[in-house]
Design a protein around this ligand. Sequence first.
Ligand code: ZN
Length: 509
Amino acid sequence: MSGCYGLLRFFCFARQATAGLLAFENREYVLYKAERFRARRSDNKKLDSFKTGDMVSCELYDSEDKSVYGTAENIRLADGESYTGFFLRVNTFRAGRAENHPSVFEESEEIVFHSSELKDSAGVKIGGKTISAFEENIKRYAKHTGAVGEEYLKCFNNMSDSKTLLPVWYYTKNGNYYLSPSQMSRTVFICKPNDMLERMGYSSCKTKNEMCEACALFGMIGDDALSGRVRFSDAVCGKKDIFDKFYVLPVLGSPKLSSFEFYLKRKDGVYREDKGAIAPYDPDDPNVILAGRKFYWHNNGNKIGRDDEKAVEIALKKSDDNNAAKDNCIELVKKGTEFAFTVYFDGITEEQLKMLVFSLDFGENSEDSALCHKIGHGKPVGLGSAKIVADKVVVRDISDGKYSVQDVSERFLSPDGKELFKESLLAQVLKAVNMNTIPNGSMISYPRTETSPDAFSWFADNRETMRSTGMPRFFNRLPDITDKDQSLPMAANPKKKNGNSGSYNKGRR
Ligand SMILES: [Zn+2]
């Protein structure tokens, strides 16, 4: 499993949140309930001199403001008056719903959070994982809001050294607390894709006593590091004149965690319906897991090209300003070109040797086998299909000073996968690596709509964000590899009418 997933987070748009104040007490984060008051810029030239997290004194004043936003009374900031609170600067530019409620955003939204709870220590202790998700959320916020977000981030980072309380918005669900810097920012889920792997029992091996077959063969890193027992030589082609035409790679996609619903499923495999769509997934629900792992279908010779016909010509033209095109321009080798390489192994069991051979020839050690690997760059666009055939398996042995070489090909080539692996998993892998699983390779593409090859448009059509929770309902799920039909409709949203032909989704389990 790829390590980069650990850096990513599931997120969605936040639901209605309530006001709180986050404190750092005795090396722990504690959350207090708070009331928030809106400060009116027109009456308060002083607002500019405050920073997020500053303790301010203020007094209430009667407002004639008929604002629809919030029920709290407005306040005027003043020195040494009746209330003490903590200041929060808000970025007025990021008010996405301004067009619907223009009056709300005519004045600045600076807020003061006041808590009456602080004295009696009625706060809730907030755990490390929640804080880590919050921190991720603040960083996103800072990236999108500039100075206001940076100020917030700074205040958060300084909490351990100062007596500052940080104004936060929060809500709770299933006993989890979700914190965000703004009432309308995103929710970052506590569970990361890596945590989900742990939930599924797929976390990386840590000790030699409890390692998987792959680590036993290929080695692992960590405290109980183990070197691999297998070594691969370079693959060399003996012939000249193997190059085919130049080819310019189209833009390659990658999983978008903004469409996380597409990559998740429930443990029991049941998809719940909700108003003509599939009910949203909550990554923090212990019954929600990753939908599988990624494979690429074989396109059977149909590679996806650039839309513009002159792509190669442009890329090959000598000029300083077409580096991007040059980088994506590659020379392909002709179909049927052979490369030879050697796999060395040392100190492995007979069963491990069978598994190793199976991982190369998929149990069919012949050139006309349809069970092929995908190797190298451009896998999503139809490149890299290769059949690996072993010429022979040779075992060397030195015992009692005698050196012997034995050809054991007959016993080890084309091993029977059913003896080595769980049958249901084996069937899935063999389906994924078969050249003929998708008979028409030209049907393979990233999800696209009738009018746009941009996968983003398809994913946008496929979801319906619920205003109450910010969670996405969606219409089409990633097919299970055991499903007969692996296609996705171009018209992702059945409520919209645009097109009816299918396309095969690219990112396979
Ligand atoms: Zn392992």
